[in-house]
Design a protein around this ligand. Sequence first.
Ligand code: UDP
Length: 243
Amino acid sequence: MEIDEKPERFIVDGLRLDGRKKDEIRPIKMEAGVMNRADGSCYIEWGNNKIIAAVYGPREVHPRHLQETYRAILRYRYNMASFAVDERRRPGPDRRSIEISKVSREAIEPVLMLEQYPRSSIDVFVEVLQADAGTRAAGITAASVALADAGIPMRNLVSAISVGKVDGEVVLDLNKIEDNFGDADMPVAMIVESGEVTLLQMDGIFTKNEFIEAMELAKRGCSQIYDIQRDCLISKYKKLDSD
Ligand code: UDP
């Protein structure tokens, strides 16, 4: 379904245009350990998003002047392929991908025990092959699994999802039409166990009550994402066991 103008209504008889309820997430498939040359990796299909996260490291830092004496540095590159969207994107970094790389790195960093690898770097590459809104959240979710798959010591996983507002109603996990033409979009990343929020951005306006409702929904969403991340890692190790 390709819509390139604002639909008259986003919610009809309680259901969104793709048939979901307001608090329903899109179907998600995740697989860890999909790349031979990476130390850890994860492929995620989240609705119509298709994204690969690959982790390299801990490894030597190049250029060396970036090296830190008492901890590893974390580098995170979010990139969207030129063919990932309807209108061909110019390849290479742009303002959007530089911003997403920065906030995603900051979303993940709090769970990593970087102090265990002085003078090294841990490099995360997130490649968006097909985009349909929520790619930064899906990227963070996959990167977190890829880091665990690489055996990087972590205090916990980070889970992410976006919440927003369409037709004046707060909805979970926006698709592209809702993201592009809705009233608000708020990606959230958190450590589900502690409730610690590591990323919170907002495009549009929520009232105070809507914001509270949106955070509540995001929390419930992240908790579902966390279960999928955990199952994905467990099934990878079960598979290794049986090989
Ligand atoms: N998008 C696009 N062209 C671009 C950037 C984004 O078509 O150059 C689409 C893409 O589907 C993306 C969505 O718009 O997922 C929403 O983008 P946003 O910047 O809100 O980031 P996201 O929701 O993917 O984290």
